[in-house]
Design a protein. Sequence first.
Length: 259
Amino acid sequence: MKKIVAVFDGSRFSDSTLQYAIRMGLQHNATVTGIFSEKMEFAYAGGSGRRSLNGSAQFEHACQHAGIHYNVRRGNDAVTQHVLKESRYADMLLIDASETMNPFTEESPTPFVKDILANAKCPVLLLPRHFTDVRKICWLYDGSPVSIFAFKMFSYILPVFNALPLNVVTVRAAAHEQELPYEGMVKELIEMHAPQAHFVSLKGQPELEIPHFLREQAPESLAILGAYQRNALSMLFRPSMADVLVREHQWPLFIAHNK
């Protein structure tokens, strides 16, 4: 990975996003581009621009102190389009799940975040409120092509995590349910990328079992899941799974699609 884009709301600077951006920039020797909403920063500062300076200056100072390459981009009113445009040329996008790009508090995932997730041109790492070092990976595998694509992108983009403990998590609605399609080839793929992987098969409703399983894991866990699309048809995970996990706001979520 060579280029990371980190999105910041000028009115509520996310220290979590900053810490993840710095850590991953160091781990991968990558350039970090910080995107700031110019409209929000000046509106919050009452036109003085003070908050704008604090937000971007804090980002610049942290990058300089860490010794990583960085860029600063200040967006205009069309901040969503600005972020999506940047995503075309980035390896990964970092964004706090509670970002709104407006002065109001909204439930996570916010409309702004949903728009970014659905339309980003690169994988997105959706971040929790507080930074934690990633020490364990959970891949939510549902048998779909996009689920496999997400795992491959994760392996390619974040190779420093390939040696971490990995749980491959599936959910079956009933004990007699047959194995997932192409399970043999999936295990072969995992063996090549993460031979230390452990397979976990849960039974029940995914939107209940997955969050319960993740809550029992170490707080330093990261979850991988596939496409964020409202009209996506998934064999086991419903399209709302990303929303369910985002509302928990506890774990970094690596989300990728290949549309």
